[in-house]
Design a protein around this ligand. Structure first.
Ligand SMILES: [Zn+2]
Length: 357
């Protein structure tokens, strides 16, 4: 398949051949163009993502010759070499994906879910958005999603992509259906809907599988989820399974270097961002003081609950920000620590219950 794709590309556009596999993981194989470089923890991160998502979807994680293949290619000639849509940062074709940027777990959702069969763009992009994770997204818009769902349901991928909020909106609705009716029921209904469905077919499949009409579910979604943006509804599979920082002497304190060549450093997101994934468990809901020390403006942290739609918005701190006291829900939180690919930086984080001596 790969060789066929490469050949087809070379014949079709006379452009450079696709690169050979450069990184072998347990569940993924990555082929990158010369000159592009992954941070040291990226392949392990992608392996873990594929394993967690496969388990979530009730699928065997692919191994050996079935491992998922991802190409990370230069921007020049990207469309000609891949047949991805103009303007897209990546696309999945027959279980293989092509990306202008890695890591990009959104495309891994498409390739992991490929054995479930094809579905309307709204549902496949919705699933990919609901499970893609937070990656290096730090200024995500947590504003309400209030536009109507119905016009999006049968929109093709390029139209969905072109509508402001199209993907996050599809993700929000899919996450809502999964949250309220379970993943198994959701997958059965989407399978039932098929590729040629019109809105009436979707309505019939919803009634049969969810026991509620499309209009009823959209109404329920608008009430229940209109404050639930992507960082809240995303499954955060890897983010919330990351190594946990422990409490010592009544506080969490971590000091460490951040650089692309560290074994747990994932990147380069967007070409230059390095992220280290950690979790912390907040024992009791209440006010906590969070501090970040860093020696570069690239050093940031993002802290948010692993809970869903009712959780507090993400707390973001940048090096140089003053200590911040915020309300934190009890339970597990994802803590992402940021640096830059072209810098070796050092970063410290401290979390203390407010009012502690
Ligand atoms: Zn997609």
């Amino acid at each position: 398949m790969t060789r066929h794709l490469a050949l087809a590309c070379a014949l079709a556009c006379g452009c450079r051949e696709l690169p050979e596999v450069t990184h072998e993981g347990q569940h993924v194989r990555i082929a990158v163009d010369p000159g592009l470089e992954l941070c040291a923890g990226s392949v392990a991160h992608m392996d873990e993502f594929v394993a967690l998502l496969s388990a979530e979807l009730g699928l065997e994680a692919p191994t050996d010759d079935d491992r998922l293949l991802a190409y990370w290619l230069e921007r020049d000639e990207f469309v000609a070499r891949t047949a991805c849509e103009e303007g897209a940062d990546g696309c999945a074709r027959n279980g293989v994906f092509f990306a202008r940027l890695l890591p990009m777990n959104h495309e891994f959702v498409h390739t992991v879910a490929a054995p479930l069969g094809r579905s309307l763009s709204f549902f496949s992009e919705g699933l990919a958005t609901a499970y893609q994770g937070l990656g290096a997204g730090i200024d995500a818009d947590e504003a309400p999603l209030l536009d109507p769902i119905e016009p999006l349901l049968r929109a093709p991928t390029n139209k969905l992509f072109g509508i402001a909020g199209g993907y996050p909106h599809a993700g929000a609705f899919v996450a809502f259906l999964i949250r309220t009716h379970g993943l198994d029921a959701y997958l059965r209904v989407v399978d039932d809907i098929g590729l040629a469905a019109d809105v009436d077919d979707i309505d019939r499949a919803f009634v049969a599988g969810f026991g509620a009409s499309l209009a009823e579910l959209v109404r329920e979604f608008n009430v229940a989820s209109n404050r639930c943006a992507h960082p809240a509804y995303d499954a955060k599979l890897v983010e919330c399974a990351a190594p946990e920082l422990s409490w010592r002497d009544g506080r969490i304190a971590e000091q460490r270097p951040i650089a692309c060549d560290q074994p747990d450093a994932v990147g380069p997101y967007g070409g230059n961002v390095v992220v280290v994934f950690r979790t912390v468990t907040i024992p009791d809901a209440g006010e906590y003081t969070v501090e970040l020390f860093g020696d570069s403006t690239a050093n940031k942290l993002a802290l948010r609950s692993c809970g869903g739609c009712d959780s507090e918005p993400t707390l973001t701190l940048r090096a140089g920000s003053p200590a911040t006291t915020v309300w934190l829900d009890a339970g597990r939180h994802t803590l992402r620590l940021f640096g830059a690919v072209d810098q070796r930086t050092s970063l410290g984080v401290r979390i203390t219950p407010a009012g502690a001596p």
